[in-house]
Design a protein around this ligand. Structure first.
Ligand SMILES: Cc1cc2nc3c(=O)[nH]c(=O)nc-3n(C[C@H](O)[C@H](O)[C@H](O)COP(=O)(O)O)c2cc1C
Length: 176
């Protein structure tokens, strides 16, 4: 089964989680940005796993992306990567079809507000996908010093993402 893990990621944390999920799923999986995961690619996938960072307790918006672009947050003050479209826009263009799906998010704080993953999960379902697990969160922390301000994954989160990928792969195969 073709599996795509689609991400929006301004400083690379959500992308790193997506790649770890892909490792857990196995060789059939590809981690792709919202720019790379074109409707054709997604239409050929049997399982679509989509994730985004939490911004202002929800999915990133034009406003939050614009505000992030003014906030150097990556190691060495990397500029936010806005080269790929927001997850919101990608979800709007998602081809409808009977596929399997799952949603994830990265966040700094505990579960406050709605988050990003529940909105992604809702959109996947409304495009005809069947969710094979509940929305999943992965935590990052802000490392700040006089020279650096970076969002970094907590220890263990990449392993947790790999394990989740394995679980989703097993569930998807059991439904074939
Ligand atoms: C504008 C903005 C708003 C944010 N709001 C929240 C928030 O409400 N809750 C939270 O836990 N993290 C929040 N964060 C932290 C992001 O979730 C964190 O930067 C993200 O997980 C890093 O992922 P990325 O490297 O893939 O962009 C916010 C970040 C930005 C830039």
């Amino acid at each position: 089964m073709n599996v795509v893990i689609v991400f929006e990621s301004l400083w690379g944390n959500t992308a790193a989680i997506a790649r770890a999920i892909a490792d857990g799923v196995g060789e059939s999986a590809h981690a792709l940005s919202t720019a790379e995961a074109t409707p054709d690619v997604v239409a050929a996938a049997g399982l679509v796993i989509a994730g985004a960072p939490v911004h202002a307790m929800g999915l990133p918006s034009e406003h939050s992306r614009e505000s992030a672009s003014r906030k150097p947050q990556g190691a060495g003050h990397l500029a936010a990567d806005l080269s790929h479209p927001p997850m919101r826009d990608w979800l709007d263009a998602l081809p409808a079809g009977p596929r399997l799906g799952a949603a994830f998010e990265t966040r700094i704080r505990g579960p406050l507000g709605r988050g990003a993953a529940s909105g992604i999960a809702h959109a996947l379902e409304s495009h005809g996908l069947t969710l094979i697990d509940g929305p999943r969160s992965f935590n990052v922390h802000l490392k700040t010093s006089s020279s650096e301000s970076a969002a970094l994954l907590f220890d263990g989160e990449l392993d947790a993402a790999r394990e989740w990928g394995e679980l989703l792969s097993e569930r998807a195969l059991a439904r074939r």
